[in-house]
Design a protein around this ligand. Structure first.
Ligand SMILES: N[C@@H](CCC(=O)N[C@@H](CS)C(=O)NCC(=O)O)C(=O)O
Length: 217
């Protein structure tokens, strides 16, 4: 059955892989499922046809036959459950990998998103300069804890899993801020994610939307 996802026609990041279709593309590449992409403009996302797929008028969405999903976490969980490659077979290891998906989305990503809000949506407010250091310190708290847990391991819990895919995707959003580099083991962890062939294929495919050139690799 054909899988179709939605992505920005014009992503604010210009194809640097920060929009959340990237994590879905990456998961699809990891499990070896071909997919189509429907590009949507900002105004199309808010129209009723798209809201039938995504009640909040956002990307990504996922269509597979009668099934329509939204929320990157739900989509990746679905893919990981249905296809081999993103969750371990052992029941307890599987539960722990799923825990890391939730940790990435519920415990780490909110702090990261605060920085995006503080910079891009509130940057012109008079109180913004006072707030920014607080936001950054909250991120550092989380990264310190995550860094301690990862230690010198390659991945968060044994072999690479959907939990790592989600955590790397979330951490990547910090790269430009420079905060990630304060935690060398996390920076190396993210680099390991980016070095995966599936990540590279997904990245090139989303970049091709902006360059207009066919994806390489
Ligand atoms: N929690 C959602 C967040 C989705 C989301 O924020 N998508 C962004 C793109 S990365 C979007 O569509 N932004 C445009 C908007 O909210 O109008 C998920 O993980 O899928």
């Amino acid at each position: 059955m054909t899988i179709t996802i939605t992505a920005f026609e014009r992503s604010p990041d210009g194809g640097k892989g920060l929009a959340r279709d990237m994590r879905v593309r990456w998961a699809l590449e990891e499990v070896g499922q071909p997919y189509d992409v429907r590009l949507v403009s900002f105004s199309e996302m808010k129209e009723s046809a798209h809201r039938m797929l995504h009640p909040f008028g956002q990307i990504p969405t996922y269509e597979e036959g009668d099934l329509v999903l939204f929320e990157s976490g739900a989509i990746i969980f679905h893919l990981a459950e249905r296809h081999a490659g993103l969750l371990p077979d052992d029941a307890n290891a599987r539960a722990r990998a799923i825990t890391w998906i939730f940790a990435a989305l519920n415990t780490v990503e909110p702090a990261v998103l605060e920085l995006v809000t503080a910079r891009f949506l509130e940057g012109d407010k008079p109180w913004s300069r006072d707030r920014l250091p607080l936001v950054k310190d909250r991120i550092r708290d989380r990264l310190k804890q995550l860094s301690a847990r990862l230690g010198s391991a390659d991945w968060l819990d044994g072999a690479f899993s959907a939990g790592d895919l989600m955590m790397v995707s979330v951490l990547l959003r910090l790269r430009l801020s420079g905060i990630l580099d304060e935690y060398p083991n996390l920076a190396a962890y993210v680099a390991r994610g980016e070095a995966r062939p599936a990540y590279k294929r997904a990245f090139n495919a989303q970049l091709a939307v902006f360059t207009g050139k066919p994806p390489t690799g």
